[in-house]
Ligand binder design. Structure first.
Ligand code: GDP
Ligand code: IMO
Ligand code: MG
Length: 422
């Protein structure tokens, strides 16, 4: 498939990095279309772990990668990633391209993200505190500073000055924290320009040309469908368009260029941060699943909340993204459970039952999961070409309920631990 979107189908951390890595082997160009350093995509190859935050996961194979206009970039974090994963591994500079239209996360975005969460207290979102929300807010407010701005010191200084005039008021007067100093900041960002200049490119044009030349392009999403700013569980969402449609705006290509959409879903569900979660497990099985699945944030190290597979939410993800096939990851983690509840419908406040995701937030908050319990398989997955009968039934149940083929099943964290079906 010349242009394939890979999108998280739940609340993030579904194993997108691993699936992008799998498909990148036979691809030419891998592009990140949204989000920033709030993402953490993990790839494990021969016992070595790669944790990517902004650079697309295709870099592990040394593939040509790009960061599109829909992303926000923290230049300091990006330079560290380049040192570690591009130049540090002997890859050439033309392995990575950056859109000059991508907005930068500025130091005040980090301070505002942290201060605003502190101020919200019990009502906080539970953000990664990496400045994402404030950076996207400034983009919409037209007060943002883009990567292209750092290459003109005069423009850069002017934009920083304009932004600081407002941001320092907020920092000092509303949040009572130290203001940001102009001179040091302008000098620091000018120095980033030296490091980032070689990577700047017209990324929309690059992708268009690649597709015209018949090259295979992967479009990698950050986060997950239910964290989408427009369609997710607002306000407990991230601030970008995480869904497959976001790949078009975030890269700068038309929807007719997308050939396939791979939805990545865990065989169960996790969520980091606050917000409603109908299938969250009560009791000791939650901690057990967290330990078995290693469910701790890649970026923040926070405990991920764990729950049973939610097919109502996944059905919604199929609809929002136009998912053409599913990668069901971490099935191996379920090997240790005898009984596997799967949520097939929600019971709403008025007692009615629905298998569609509730449109109204209060219905979702109060939704009670209706479970069908499937049998466990009572043995660890051996990584062979076939699954135990009960594990196969679990996968087929998902396919049957969603009407979408599960084309890959994750059986372990390592690159090779995946079963390719049909
Ligand atoms: P992403 O943000 O969607 O790329 O996912 P993360 O990397 O944040 O979290 C997924 C975690 O599960 C990582 O530690 C992966 O190495 C691991 N992982 C991915 N697929 C599998 C799988 O099939 N089985 C197991 N046990 N671990 C997996
Ligand atoms: P990947 O790409 C899991 C969650 C945060 C928080 C909310 C808002 O690794 O799947 P933000 O910092 O974006 O303003 O936080 O979104 N969140 C993620 N959860 N995986 C992610 O990324 C996430 N990116 C953001 O925990 O609840
Ligand atoms: Mg992650």
């Amino acid at each position: 498939m010349p242009a394939t979107v890979i999108v998280g189908a739940q609340w993030g951390d579904e194993g997108k990095g691993k699936i992008v890595d799998l498909l990148a082997r036979d691809s030419d160009l891998v592009c990140r279309y949204n989000g920033g350093p709030n993402a953490g995509h993990t790839i494990v190859v021969d016992g070595e772990t790669y944790k990517l935050r902004q650079i697309p996961s295709g870099i592990v194979w040394g593939k040509e990668c790009l960061i599109g206009a829909g992303c926000v970039v923290d230049p300091a974090v990006l330079i560290d990633e380049i040192d570690e994963y591009v130049t540090g591994r002997g890859l050439p500079e033309d392995c990575l391209h950056l859109s000059g239209n991508a907005h930068m996360i500025m130091p005040w975005h980090l301070l505002l993200d942290q201060a605003s969460e502190r101020r919200l207290g019990k009502l906080q979102i539970g953000t990664t505190r990496r400045g994402n929300g404030p950076a996207y807010a400034d983009k919409a407010h037209r007060l943002g500073i883009r990567l292209q701005d750092i290459f003109d010191p005069k423009i850069l200084r002017q934009k920083i000055e304009t932004a600081l005039a407002e941001k320092n008021l907020w920092l000092e007067r509303i949040y009572g924290v130290e203001p940001v100093e102009l001179e040091e900041l302008a000098a620091r960002y000018e120095s980033y320009a030296q490091r980032l200049r070689p990577y700047l490119a017209d990324t929309s044009l690059l992708v268009d040309r690649a597709l015209r030349d018949g090259r295979r392009v992967l479009l990698e999403g950050g986060h997950g469908t239910l964290l989408d700013i427009d369609n997710g569980t607002y306000p407990f969402v991230t601030s970008s368009s995480t869904i497959a449609g976001g790949a078009c705006t975030g890269i700068g290509i038309g929807p007719t260029r997308i050939d396939a959409v791979v939805g990545v879903a865990k065989a169960y569900v996790t969520r980091v941060g606050e917000g409603p979660f109908p299938t969250e497990i009560d009791g000791s099985d939650q901690a057990r699943m967290r330990d078995l699945g290693g469910e701790f944030g890649t970026v923040t190290g926070r405990e991920r909340r764990c729950g049973w597979l939610d097919l109502v939410a996944l059905r919604y993800a199929v609809r929002l993204n136009g998912i053409t096939s599913i990668a069901l990851t971490k099935l191996d983690v379920l090997s240790f459970f005898d009984r596997l509840p799967v949520c097939i419908a929600y019971e709403l406040r008025d007692g009615t039952r629905t298998d569609e995701f509730p449109e109204h937030q209060s219905d979702f908050h109060a939704a009670r999961p209706v479970y069908e319990t499937l049998e466990g398989w009572g043995a660890e997955l051996d990584g062979g070409d076939d699954l135990p009968a009960a594990a196969r039934r679990y996968v087929e149940f998902v396919e049957h309920q969603l009407g979408v083929e599960v084309s890959w099943v994750g059986t372990g964290a390592e690159r090779e631990q995946v079963l390719v079906r049909g």
